[in-house]
Design a protein around this ligand. Structure first.
Ligand SMILES: [Fe+2]
Ligand SMILES: [Fe+2]
Length: 187
């Protein structure tokens, strides 16, 4: 096989010297290098909306966990608690990434609900609660899909994180849908 000639005009990879020089410039920018193709400000803004969404989901699931009662309450409440903890995990992952991008996680309770894509609905019965969570999960699935479509290859690390979270939100939606079905069968 012929060895491919290196293209002098357009090197595929940036040479080490240039990489090292670039890394030394703007070192105060932490993980955001000159090779970063996203707009960190926009990505941070998007991530702060995702963060608010997750926090609102934590609060809603926690409220439902404590308020669940009835024949099937035990197992359903456990599911709510597990989701609350996973949403908290997402909120933490997102906060870490915001800081890596040179931003600040907005955890100010003021305006949290406005920044959040999902809503905080208390719900009266167990079925109401499950339905509200299902709606919120479906909103989360749509908004994470949009964020992924925006970020694409401009920021692969953020994209991978969002894809991981999206997969869990899909599981959450599935869990809520099957709980609804089970409760329906036991009516
Ligand atoms: Fe989440
Ligand atoms: Fe979720």
């Amino acid at each position: 096989m012929k060895k491919a000639k290196p293209n002098k005009k357009k090197p595929f990879l940036t040479d080490i010297k240039t990489l090292r020089r670039r890394a030394r410039e703007h070192i105060e920018r932490g993980a955001v290098t000159e090779g970063y193709r996203g707009d960190p400000e926009v990505v941070v803004k998007i991530l702060n909306e995702a963060l608010a969404t997750e926090i609102v989901c934590v609060l809603r699931y926690k409220r439902h966990y404590f308020m669940a009662n009835g024949i099937h309450a035990q197992s359903v409440a456990q599911e709510f608690l597990q989701h609350a903890n996973e949403e908290q995990g997402h909120a933490d992952e997102i906060s870490v990434r915001i800081v890596q991008l040179g931003g600040e996680p907005n955890l100010n309770p003021e305006g949290m609900l406005t920044r959040s894509h999902s809503e905080y609905v208390e719900g009266q019965s167990l079925v109401d609660m499950i339905k509200e969570n299902l709606v919120a999960e479906r909103i989360a699935i749509d908004s994470y899909s949009e964020m992924i479509a925006y970020v694409t290859d401009k920021d692969p690390t953020t994209r991978r994180m969002l894809e991981g979270i999206l997969a869990v939100e899909e599981e959450h939606a599935e869990d809520m849908a099957s709980l609804l079905q089970t409760l329906d069968e036991h009516k």
